[in-house]
Design a binder for this molecule. Structure first.
Ligand code: LIP
Length: 273
């Protein structure tokens, strides 16, 4: 039986909100790096791990057969897949913007996306230090708290405020920096906020004209992509591909093609970085 997306949204919101509360209230004053991943600056804190464990626990209490994909806990197929149609998977980034969280900068979020049979049907991005909870249900719209979200009107590239992010490997950062530097004179300005989920939500809220990034993971993008699409954005990769680790571009329809084509012109669609 296909689960009700609104009930999935409420469970996602409750779990994300509790994890956000934990991350704020239990953040040690002397928070340090518990582990690193792709490079010495790709960090994990004890709170990333604790927040994801809490989210999984709260969801499993109500939905013990579901599957999970989490940044810290990895993939768990659950038992729902055996039931075939209506299989639910929870896609979790417990703290998106971990470096901001480590430095006690406020721009970070808890992201929980919910897929049914592989399609994202609901998403929550909770930003507790900003006092904002972004939500969306597929086909029913996107919100920030109680405010319905709509992207900015399309704009020419020269008037566009564009966000991006950078990977952790020096070789990739060198190419990403060169692309961003070449794009800079072509746009209004560039922002590097540090949370893909919140960058996607900012496009949805009309606070950015566009966002692009190479190297994000499914858990960074899952909930924020639905929120941006439900607010009227196009969220895709290059040349009609789906958004992926290779590239994720989010912008209103008219702005999207201008940003996409500029990135292609700058070689951002090369696969060698
Ligand atoms: C972060 C992304 C961000 C990217 C950072 C980092 P994390 O995710 O949301 O867009 O630029 O390098 O990958 O690792 O904080 O969950």
């Amino acid at each position: 039986m296909t689960p009700d997306p609104w009930k999935l949204l409420e469970l996602a919101r409750a779990a994300a909100s509790e994890a956000a509360r934990l991350a704020v209230e239990r953040r040690p004053a002397d928070l340090g790096v518990a582990d690193t991943k792709s490079s010495p600056t790709d960090v994990v804190t004890e709170m990333d791990t604790a927040a994801e464990a809490l989210i999984r626990e709260l969801i499993l209490e109500q939905r013990p057969d579901d599957a999970f994909l989490g940044e810290e806990g990895g993939a768990d197929s659950g038992r729902g897949a055996e039931m075939g149609h209506g299989a639910v998977r929870w896609v979790i980034d417990p703290i998106d913007g971990t470096v901001n969280y480590l430095y006690d900068l406020p721009h970070w979020s808890v992201s929980v996306g919910v897929e049914v049979d592989g399609v994202t049907v609901a998403g929550v991005v909770a930003a507790p230090r900003l006092g904002e909870v972004y939500t969306a249900v597929r086909g029913a719209g996107a919100w920030c708290n109680d405010t319905r979200l709509r992207v900015r009107p399309a704009t020419d590239l020269g008037s566009a405020l564009v966000a991006t992010g950078f990977g952790y490997r020096a070789e990739r950062r060198e190419r990403q920096g060169a692309i961003a530097g070449a794009l800079l004179p072509r746009v209004r300005d560039i922002r590097r906020n540090g949370s893909a989920a919140l960058d996607l939500c900012a496009v949805a809220a009309g606070r950015l004209d566009g966002y692009y990034e190479r190297g994000t993971h499914h858990w960074d993008r899952c909930a924020g992509t639905l929120i941006a699409i439900e607010a009227g954005a196009v969220v895709e990769g290059f040349h009609g591909a789906a958004a992926s680790e290779q590239m994720s571009i989010a912008a209103p329809h008219g702005t999207f093609s201008a940003l996409h084509d500029a990135l292609v012109e700058l070689g951002a669609d090369d696969d060698d970085y």
